[in-house]
Design a protein around this ligand. Structure first.
Ligand SMILES: Cc1ncc(COP(=O)(O)O)c(C=O)c1O
Length: 394
């Protein structure tokens, strides 16, 4: 065996920037700003300026894309367009960002948590089936970390029950399911272009994609005050201002032009990390790296059945001693104060797989700029931290 490589402690931050900003992005934004400054006009994209939305729809394999100002807004619009209301139930995963659940609660619905698949960590359609009642009006699976949920399993539920599925695709720009893009799956998919995502539109942004033209048109109306343009402007539905600005559209196009390269760089880092962690008994590596993974987050799990310390102790050593900036994606949604206060915080027994995963997950800092040497350092730091904590526990 070659001698083990040793490293000096170095800082590997969990970057706030997930995409790649280059000169062309800056130029794209500045061109619009300059044009407005020099010739007047405004930053409001005209209804006919659909180049970014068309390019996004094409990239994600959907008939229509509607750009909005965040994924949270995209989810809210979908809930409103479905008519989710008090008395309804919406099923989702506990292992997600808080807004996947609160989007339904905001409409007065009750969130019903279903368990996840232990391998993919995405919402499990078999478990969802057991939670369906007459009140179930929507299901929101998440393509967790960029790995696609079981779209076939959810399509089967919709065809048997008529319940629409809205995918939270915040992590999944460029992800593929069975070799195909995913933007046309279910009723709609909601994307995020916030700073740390695979692509980003000046820090915030999102989109709804759909193959359902009528649903897409309703989302378009609702994102902009309910407007229907024509000889005479109409307000056809209750709507809001969830619009993206013109410079964001321009940067979105520049980001889409390079997304293949960015995700390929992410995949390279993922594969290196995967290879370096192979055979490490205490670490459960993420599934699906070779299956169209969007490579947004590289989420390992500390196998708490095989160690005598908790994930948080491990996370602290990695962060504080070895300066590896890890993330925790996610605490169970029901454990956040606002939901706990509403009585959601007693579901650990209902969703034991998710509850356990939430206590084991660690997102490692893997980004397009992560080098092989960074991956080797992270792998070394993980081994050091595990050995240290094992010794302490003895
Ligand atoms: C799974 C998931 N859904 C939704 C969102 C919300 O996205 P945005 O910040 O664009 O509203 C996020 C943001 O991190 C997320 O991770």
């Amino acid at each position: 065996m070659p001698p083990e490589k040793r490293f000096d402690i170095r800082e590997i931050p969990f970057g706030a920037m997930g995409g790649v900003y280059e000169q062309d992005d800056v130029e794209a934004a500045m061109k619009v700003v300059r044009a407005v400054a020099e010739a007047g006009g405004d930053f409001f994209p005209l209804p006919e300026e659909t180049e970014f939305q068309d390019a996004l729809a094409k990239h994600e394999g959907a008939a229509k894309a509607i750009a909005v100002n965040s994924c949270g807004s995209a989810l809210d619009l979908c809930m409103m367009a479905l008519g989710i209301a008090p008395g309804d139930e919406v099923i989702t995963t506990p292992l997600t960002f808080v807004c996947t659940a609160t989007t339904a609660i905001a409409q007065g619905a009750k969130v019903v948590f279903a368990d996840i698949d232990p391998d993919t960590m995405c919402l499990d359609p078999k478990n969802v089936r057991r939670r369906i009642t007459k009140k179930t009006k929507a299901i929101i699976p998440v393509h967790f970390s960029g790995l696609c949920a079981d779209i076939d399993g959810f399509e089967a539920i919709t065809s048997q029950t008529g319940i629409p599925v809205i995918y939270d695709a915040a992590h999944a720009v460029s992800a593929q399911y069975k070799g195909q893009p995913i933007g046309g799956a279910g009723k709609a998919s909601c994307y995020s272009f916030q700073s740390n995502k695979n692509m980003t539109t000046l820090g915030e942004g999102g989109a709804v994609t759909t193959n359902d033209e009528d649903f897409g048109e309703l989302i378009r109306q609702k994102k902009t005050f309910g407007y229907v343009y024509g000889k005479k402007l109409r307000v056809a539905t209750i709507g809001f201002n969830y619009r993206m600005t013109k410079p964001q559209y321009a940067v979105g196009l520049a980001q889409l032009a390079k997304i293949g390269r960015v995700v390929a760089k992410r995949l390279q880092a993922f594969q290196k990390m995967h290879e370096l962690l192979e055979g490490l008994d205490q670490i459960i590596r993420p599934a699906g790296i070779e299956q169209g993974h969007g490579c947004h987050l590289y989420v390992v799990r500390l196998d708490t059945d095989k160690v005598s310390f908790a994930r948080d102790a491990f996370l602290n050593v990695l962060k504080n001693e070895y300066k590896v900036g890890c993330g925790n994606h996610y605490p169970a949604v029901w454990s956040w104060e606002a939901l706990a206060n509403m009585g959601y915080n007693d579901q650990n027994a209902d969703c034991p797989i998710a509850a356990k995963a939430c206590s084991q997950v660690i997102s490692l800092p893997l980004f397009p700029h992560t080098t092989t040497d960074d991956c080797e350092y992270i792998s070394w730091a993980i081994r050091q931290a595990l050995a240290e904590l094992k010794k302490e526990a003895e």
